[in-house]
Design a binder for this molecule. Structure first.
Ligand code: IPM
Ligand code: MG
Length: 309
């Protein structure tokens, strides 16, 4: 088979770890008779330096017509002062949206030889950590209305706001992904929300349970996000598939990654309705160790593995 892969090394350690994954893909190609055509494109800080914008049109077009995208990481201190829409991260968000990648799959598994790398006590770790985050990726507060309101007469000064919003359809399609994944795993989904406070979470909960009716073999329960943050360190073995909104998934997946020993080893897949996806480590560009050739490339290699799967 011939596959066209857009490769975005990106910034920081992205340029060190992504080529290692490409090497692995090339070896696999030789061994099993596949051809991978890699098209290297810029996104994030490197794209800003080169073209002035984080997601150049050429990159977007390459990704949209590719079979899949392999990404390293974007961002870094050099571009931190830029306004929101011009930051490297804005490129990644725009790409996720343009490719309609609403489902972000982040497996966190503690491999037995690495159990001492987990910051958790041995008696907790010994029960096993093997969970998958299914994070909604193109909605919620990341894409809701945001802005600033000028100072009013109340003396509180300028106000800034970001809006958490979800529609029935957006919740239903991500819930389905979680149930389908649970169906080939432990058959258990914990849906994380803040339904005791947020209206968007109350709709989330309603639609999750409505959708669950078509998946009678899956055990579905709800957990408030603050409790989930606590339960992940108290008893991570209770989790199989964790279904979350965009923001809650961003936060809790970093926590889960650390439970397995290092944030540097977790891969992710971002998927939509088609077979095309974007595969990337869950970590960032790690400016503190970038350029020293010491970043562990496992997350990039595992991302390539998810791409092949
Ligand atoms: C992630 C990252 C991104 C996100 C950033 C870089 C925009 O933290 O993929 O988890 O918040 O989604
Ligand atoms: Mg994150």
């Amino acid at each position: 088979m011939i596959y066209n892969i857009s490769v975005i090394n990106g910034d920081g350690i992205g340029v060190e770890i992504t080529p290692q994954a490409v090497k692995i893909l090339e070896t696999i190609g030789h061994k099993f008779g596949h051809t991978f055509n890699f098209e290297y494109v810029l996104m994030g800080g490197c794209a800003i330096d080169e073209t002035g914008i984080p997601l150049p049109e050429q990159t977007l077009n390459s990704c949209l017509k590719s079979d899949s995208v392999l990404l390293g990481a974007v961002g870094g201190p050099k571009w931190e002062g830029l306004p929101g829409e011009q930051r490297p991260e804005a490129g990644l968000l725009a790409l996720r949206a343009a490719m309609k990648l609403f489902a972000n799959i982040r497996p966190a598994k503690l491999f037995a030889p690495l159990k001492n790398a987990s910051p958790l006590r041995t008696d907790i770790v010994e029960k096993g950590i093997d969970l998958v985050f299914v994070r909604e990726l193109t909605g919620g507060i990341y894409f809701g209305e945001r802005g600033r309101r000028p100072a009013q007469t109340d003396g509180f000064g300028t106000e800034a706001f970001d809006t958490e919003r979800y529609s029935e359809k957006e919740i239903e399609r991500i819930a389905k992904v979680a149930f389908e994944i649970a169906g080939v795993r432990g058959k258990k989904v914990i849906s994380v929300d803040k339904a005791n406070v947020l209206e968007s979470s109350r709709l989330w909960r309603e639609i999750v349970h409505k959708t669950a009716k078509s998946f009678p073999q899956i055990e579905v329960s709800d957990m408030l996000v603050d409790n989930a943050a606590m339960q992940l360190v108290k008893n991570p073995s209770q989790f199989d598939v964790v279904l979350t909104s965009n923001m809650f998934g961003d936060i809790l997946s970093d926590e889960s990654a650390m439970l397995t020993g290092s944030i540097g080893m977790l891969a992710s897949a971002s998927l939509g309705e088609t077979k095309q996806g974007l595969y990337e480590p869950i970590h960032g560009s790690a400016p503190d160790i970038a350029g020293q050739d010491k970043a562990n490339p496992i997350s990039a290699i595992l991302s390539a593995a998810m791409m092949l799967k």
